[in-house]
Structures are given as structure tokens and as C-alpha cells.
Design a protein around this ligand. Structure first.
Ligand SMILES: Nc1ncnc2c1ncn2[C@@H]1O[C@H](COP(=O)(O)OP(=O)(O)OP(=O)(O)O)[C@@H](O)[C@H]1O
Length: 322
């Protein structure tokens, strides 16, 4: 049976996802959780693994390893109850150009077998959410590109999903539609929906997301609130390094570095090194060099407060946007 298990507080629970394409590991041991009403941004440059991660999260792509649960239900590439809880909005617009805005929404609602009355009510709600009520009767091929993007989001919303997954929804849209999209995503969170949002625009992640995961070359290299991540480049921070190797020796060596005010091995299985440091920004390279010298494999860095671009640059040595 597909009984709910795992963390009941998590709407989405991805554990240790791995996906390879030939020789290339596109997603390398990514775990993330999203709580009800939480907007989580997956931030990374082109090719970092964002789309591959969310396609696995939605059951559109089979992971080579790892599991996905939505509201405790296993997500697989086969049809199942978990899939009904997910609304997926792809990067490319998938709509019927010769149908009206309203007819498109009805079409997607019928796929989920909503009753006629429930469907009409929900279509009206969605038209308000995406701010297209005044265009409801217009054919899609008469809409601007940005309006089509908004309708594309509406199509993912019409069955009232518990989890909405949006893949770079503002790429290439006009400023007015971009604003409307960002406003509506804020409202989804306020209404209790969990949102997984991929972007390579730092300012979007900073504005919209309760929490951001920074992904680089398939690895989730840092996770936290925008403010907490920004603290990575501020004056004194708590740093949690998830790692594998001789962590007792590594923690002791970190403690001997200047500017480290405390170092301890923690975590349920001793897999974390926790540090209190002054100016994590300048210290992080030393911590990573030390890990390298001691053959310690750092899996992720977590910080409890300048901007996310700086954080990204600092963590990966590359810019978020090429
Ligand atoms: N179907 C596929 N076959 C082969 N390689 C793939 C496939 N899909 C993705 N990849 C590779 O996996 C890596 C991650 O791609 P992915 O599309 O997940 O990144 P992304 O962060 O979403 O980037 P973008 O912002 O450009 O969409 C890239 O190196 C990409 O070339």
C-alpha cells in the first residue's frame, strides 16, 4: 500500500536523489524538504541540475537512486495518488492556441475529473490568481507571451495541488507579466500551497522564497533562508558542514584555525561539523582546503545571515549568471 510515511510535516521530501546521463552526473545526492505554505527556490546557473531535480520530484523522470515523497506518498514515474497532489509548470508553454483562456483551464481541470460546478468555480479562482479574468474569453493565440506564461501556470493550478512546481517561470517574459507572476507566487504560499521554484535570478529567489537551495554541478551546496545564506558573507556565523571522512580530526583541525571560535562534530550519526566563526566568507576557502588535505568530502554547507549572488560566488568560485 502507498501509506503515508516519512516526515508528515513535509509536503515534498526528496532524499538522496541521483541522476546520470551517460558519463555525466546531472544530480548528485540532492535531498530537500518543503513544508506546507513554504516557497523553496532552487537557485543555480544553467546546467546546474535544477530541471533534472524537479522532473524527478514530479515523477516525470526516474532517479537512478533516491526517493521522492509528496505528503508522505511515494512519487514514481507511474500514475499514482501522489501525482494528483502535484501541479507542474514546465518552462515551455503547453496550451491549446485555438481555445480560449477559460477553455484551456477547463480542459486541464477535466483531466483531474473535477465535477462541472467545482471546475467552473475553480477556473474563476484561477483566472483571478493569474490576473487573466478580463481575457477569459480570448483565444490563446491572441495573448502576449507573458500572458501565455501566466495561463501555463494556471493550467498547473486548476486541480488545487498541494505542491506547485515551477521551472524558471519568468525567463523571457515582459516586466508586467513578470511582476504578475511573482505576485501570484507570493499568494500561493500565503494560501498554504508548498511551492518549488527554480530560477537563476538571484533577486527573484531573494524576494519570493522562504528558503533557497543553491545547486551547482548537481550538488546542493548550501541551503537556508536568503537572510541566513547572506550571513555566509557577513561577520560571525554558525556554519554546519555535512561531510564524510575522519570528522573528529577535521573538527579539531578547524578549531585550530584563526577566527574559528568553536568547532564540534555533531549530527545524528556524527556526520556534521559545526563551527562558530568570524567572517565565514574569508574562512570558507580555508575550511574547504583543510577538508581536501584531510580527505574529508564536504557534502553541504549550511549557515544560520550581503546578497545571494555573493554567496553563490563564494561557495562555487563561479558566477550565478554567465
Ligand atoms: N536528457 C538529457 N540527456 C543528456 N544530458 C542531459 C539531459 N538532461 C539534462 N542533461 C544534462 O544534465 C545537466 C543538468 O541539466 P539541467 O537541465 O537539469 O540543468 P538546469 O540547472 O535546469 O539548467 P537550465 O537552467 O539551463 O535549464 C546538464 O549538463 C545537461 O546537459
Amino acid at each position: 500500500m502507498n501509506a503515508p510515511v516519512g516526515n508528515p510535516d513535509a509536503v515534498l521530501d526528496c532524499a538522496h536523489l541521483v541522476r546520470r546521463f551517460g558519463e555525466r552526473t546531472a544530480v548528485d545526492d540532492v535531498s530537500l524538504r518543503i513544508a506546507p505554505g513554504e516557497t523553496y527556490g532552487l537557485l543555480g546557473p544553467n546546467g546546474a541540475g535544477k530541471t533534472t531535480t524537479i522532473r524527478m520530484a514530479c515523477g516525470l523522470l526516474r532517479p537512478d537512486a533516491g526517493t521522492v515523497r509528496v505528503a508522505g506518498l511515494a512519487v514514481t514515474t507511474a500514475a499514482g495518488p501522489a501525482k494528483k497532489l502535484i501541479g507542474f509548470v514546465p518552462q515551455d508553454v503547453a496550451l491549446y492556441p485555438d481555445l480560449s483562456v477559460r477553455e484551456n483551464l477547463r480542459f486541464f481541470g477535466r483531466l483531474y475529473r473535477l465535477s462541472r460546478r467545482a471546475l467552473e468555480r475553480r477556473v474563476d479562482e484561477v483566472l483571478d490568481l493569474i490576473e487573466l479574468r478580463d481575457r477569459a474569453g480570448d483565444r490563446v493565440d491572441s495573448l502576449s507571451g507573458g500572458m501565455r506564461r501566466r495561463l501555463n501556470i494556471g493550467a498547473g493550478l486548476v486541480h488545487s495541488p498541494t505542491l506547485l512546481v515551477l521551472d524558471e517561470p519568468t525567463v523571457g517574459v515582459d516586466p508586467q507579466s513578470r511582476h504578475a507572476i511573482l505576485e501570484s507566487v507570493t499568494r500561493f504560499g500565503e494560501e498554504g500551497m508548498a511551492v518549488l521554484y527554480t530560477t537563476h535570478y538571484m533577486e527573484e529567489a531573494e524576494r519570493l522564497c522562504d528558503r533557497v537551495g543553491i545547486i551547482d554541478r548537481g550538488r546542493l551546496v548550501a541551503e537556508g533562508s536568503p537572510r541566513a545564506l547572506v550571513a555566509l558573507v557577513a561577520e560571525r556565523d554558525r556554519v554546519r558542514l555535512s561531510a564524510a571522512g575522519n570528522l573528529a580530526a577535521y573538527a579539531a583541525a578547524c578549531g585550530r584555525l584563526g577566527r574559528v571560535e568553536g568547532a564540534a562534530r555533531t549530527g545524528d550519526h556524527g556526520e556534521v561539523v559545526e563551527l562558530v566563526v568570524k567572517d565565514a566568507r574569508s574562512l570558507l576557502p580555508d575550511l574547504l582546503d583543510l577538508a581536501h588535505a584531510q580527505h574529508v568530502d564536504i557534502r553541504s554547507v549550511e549557515i544560520d545571515e550581503p546578497d545571494l549572488e555573493a554567496v553563490f560566488l563564494h561557495l562555487t568560485g563561479t558566477a550565478l549568471r554567465e
